[in-house]
Design a protein around this ligand. Sequence first.
Ligand code: PLP
Length: 285
Amino acid sequence: RIAYVNGRYVAHADASVHIEDRGYQFADGVYEVCEVARGFIVDMPRHLGRLNRSLSELSIDWPVTQAVLPLILREVVRRNHVVDGLVYVQVTRGVASRDFVFPAPGTRSALVVTARKADPAAAVKRAETGIKVITVPENRWDRVDIKSTGLLPNVLAKQKAKEAGAQEAWFVDTDGMVTEGGSSNAWIVTRDGALVTRPAEHGILRGITRTTLFDVAAKLGLTIEERKFSVTEAKAAREAFISSATTIAMPIVAIDGAPVANGHPGSVTLSLRQAFFDVAEKSPA
Ligand code: PLP
């Protein structure tokens, strides 16, 4: 596999990050993951738009011009012969002598881009059976709207999910309301067939897939209620699902061990999943 590291295309075995890179030292960096599907990079402008926002919120300079980054993504996808898979972009504040405060102006931010193949048939199969989630207390910092690499709470929650035989963990705030998943946004479908997802304020990451699913829902004539929902409401919902670039709309069949509805993937979720690719923006890879 070939990675792009600060201006060079190198074999993974030869690709390395400086030990004083602030991403390594402080999680002082941001990232994006785009799906590659049937030779297209899915929702790339939206992902790079959010990258721009993440960078500007943290006052990290662009490592290359904004026009050049799509070319690097395409080149990494091409060099790795990825038709279905993902492409990963990470930008950190760069290399500087360890100090919590920002380094001197002019310190170059660091850019890594990698790509890897995935089996699209496995995702289709997964959507047929659905996944399980568990819930965990919301204990992350309060600027999770920034897609930062400070992901330790997410790592711990997802590890806990795995140990419980689930594939995702839903964070729950002190009011018992679901915020989002460890690496996905959280949704339910009400008895009336309306989609419910938490408003994208500072309490969740504004998922790109979430945004595109708003477009998909409009096309399918589905109502969206952008409001908070509780764990209790989710457990009694007609359907529940997660969204992210790598899972699209993935049905949930159990929450904390209790089946959602009849314990099978919901038809609304599956129709959103079905319609997603047609609606999503597809940049040539
Ligand atoms: N929420 C969190 C915490 C995430 O890490 C992710 C994706 O990794 C998402 C939501 C979904 O975002 P997107 O649809 O842009 O992949």
